[in-house]
Ligand binder design. Sequence first.
Ligand code: MRU
Length: 383
Amino acid sequence: MTISQDGETAGGLRKEAAPSGDADRRDPGVFRTVHWVGDAAAGRLRMIDQTRLPSQFVEIDCDDVESVWGAIKRLSVRGAPAIGVAAAYGAVIGARSGDHADPGAIREALRTAAAHLRTSRPTAVNLFWALDRMEAAADAAIREPRGPLLERLLDEAHAIAREDRAMCREIGRFGAELIEDDDGVLTHCNAGGLATADYGTALAVIFSAHEQGKSLRVFADETRPLLQGARLTAWELVNRGIDVTLICDNMAAQVMKEGKVRKVVVGADRIAANGDAANKIGTYGVALLAKAHGIPFYVAAPSSTFDLTLADGSGIPIEERDPREVTEGFGLRTAPEGVAVYNPAFDVTPADLITGIITERGVIRPVDADSVRRVLGTPKLES
Ligand code: MRU
């Protein structure tokens, strides 16, 4: 996708650029990763273009399904819960291409949009979960009409975003209990406010412990090849005034050996019924290192990231991305033309390497199918 000089973009996207350097001066917690502007009939989806961070803070607007699909695909919006929220609003945009006076036409347009959005990225289950919810909401609204269908759909998308914010706060609250004063905490990729509707999952644990006055030193893995740790996690932590030290991925073992890491906390994109957890490529290696050094390894994720249809992690689809992310990331060629490249975007950490999974309903520990069932079986949060 190209962004033209005048701010108009292909595929119905419009960009709004903040003044240069603005990204370094964001107040913590004031940015909105993904939100809706306007009413159901004419509103639009606005999101931070995360591919531009940390050097530029740019928001883009989407008012057609193709733009939403493209924004998810190229990682303008990324992180499992944020992808789900963006897709829910994308479904509203898709639904309104049907005749607004005909609920059947709106339902059909929603189905078509959802089917397309489902093809954007395969691993984060939140995408499919959110679209299933939108389709179920449409069916319920048609069965029991109460007000215009498009508005009911927008209400459902808002509910998904609102619930995500609430779940992240609870994850922070439960997770902070596991963090002790003066802990060194290592994280991988970005599971912060940028990856969710607000506040994050793994970073929620860190934010919450910091807000409680605990002194922390965070080590952020840079996270090759797209550097979500360097570009996004470091940006969020610096903006909040939290002590963060950036390391290259291959430095984690040394930092652990030096005794600087007492906990690892990461996010997840899809967790199977037995607790096997898919997250950004490299997470499995970090879990093995943590085990070798006797360091507790925690996964933080909302219930919307669990896929209980999968008995274990072997069935989790792993996205493979463009080889150019490895050979010429960020415009600089770092490998010879023609070299073979393998670029899986995620890996699966087996449950037996995970000390606990921090959810909005409590901590799953030990990590096994019985504990997953027990904790996820508890009542949902009121949103
Ligand atoms: O490819 P990305 O940037 O979407 O990958 C994101 C991650 O792997 C995150 O750790 C995960 O989605 C958890 S987000 C709270």
